[in-house]
Design a protein around this ligand. Structure first.
Ligand code: ZN
Length: 242
């Protein structure tokens, strides 16, 4: 929904149902996904993102460890449909990233949801996060990757199985399928950032980077591809992302 229309709709709804904080369910102001206390908790995080080392990515960061308020926010977004949190997450991540990470002209590409998860949820949390980041930084957003639905969702796989995600599990969707949509990846982009809500093994980010590189040719047209996750669950519960 358009932001202004969403804002009008949420104010109208607030006349009948008081808006609730996405984390603690306290009543909150219309247009504010978090109450004042939870906003303060979210802002308490010190600067400094977590650098990830993944082959096939020119740089990769997770803004946070998957723990505490951060994991509560991801769960509220993914499992309770608190989609307005994507804006808060993009603001939080922006404050943690190195200042040169999102270069001018970069195209933000969300890691695709598994088709079954997307059908069940009705949205891709990684796309909401990437879109909010793109809007915040005035960058292009291209939801142009698709995941192979014949393979189980990453969350249903063991760590060993996740690490063996085949390179063809993600592919580029072609712009001509949706010609009415502007597609920033149709032109060769010099700088792409693959975005996910949670990364565990990093293999999803790597496979997405592979799909993009393959589309443009691996050698003759070098494209810088970075990876960004809102949270890294490497050391904690491996029950999300890939
Ligand atoms: Zn709250």
């Amino acid at each position: 929904m358009h932001d202004a229309a969403y804002s009008r709709a949420s104010r109208f709804a607030a006349l009948f149902i008081p808006p609730r904080c996405s984390l603690c369910l306290a009543t909150t102001e219309p247009d504010q996904p978090l109450c004042t206390q939870c906003q303060q908790r979210a802002r308490l995080t010190p600067p400094g993102a977590i650098q990830l080392n993944h082959s096939g990515l020119d740089a990769a960061f997770a803004a946070f460890d998957y723990a505490g308020t951060v994991s509560e926010m991801v769960k509220a977004l993914k499992y309770r449909g608190a989609v307005a949190l994507a804006g808060v997450m993009s603001e939080m991540a922006s404050r943690r990233l190195p200042s040169d990470f999102l270069a001018p002209g970069a195209v933000l590409v969300p890691a695709p949801s598994h088709p079954a998860s997307h059908r069940a949820r009705g949205f891709n949390p990684a796309a909401l996060f990437a879109k909010a980041l793109a809007n915040r930084h005035g960058l292009a957003f291209a939801d142009q990757l698709a995941r192979d639905g014949s393979r189980p969702p990453q969350a249903k796989l063991s760590r060993a199985e996740r690490l063996t995600m085949p390179d063809d599990a993600v592919r580029m969707r072609y712009a001509r399928l949706r010609p009415w949509r502007r597609n920033p990846l149709a032109e060769f982009p010099p700088n792409v950032v693959v975005c996910d809500d949670v990364t565990t093994t990093g293999v999803t980010l790597e496979v997405c980077a592979f799909a993009i590189r393959e589309r443009y040719g691996l050698e003759d047209r070098p494209v810088q591809i970075k990876g960004l996750a809102f949270a890294s669950a490497r050391q904690t519960s491996p029950s999300h992302g890939g």
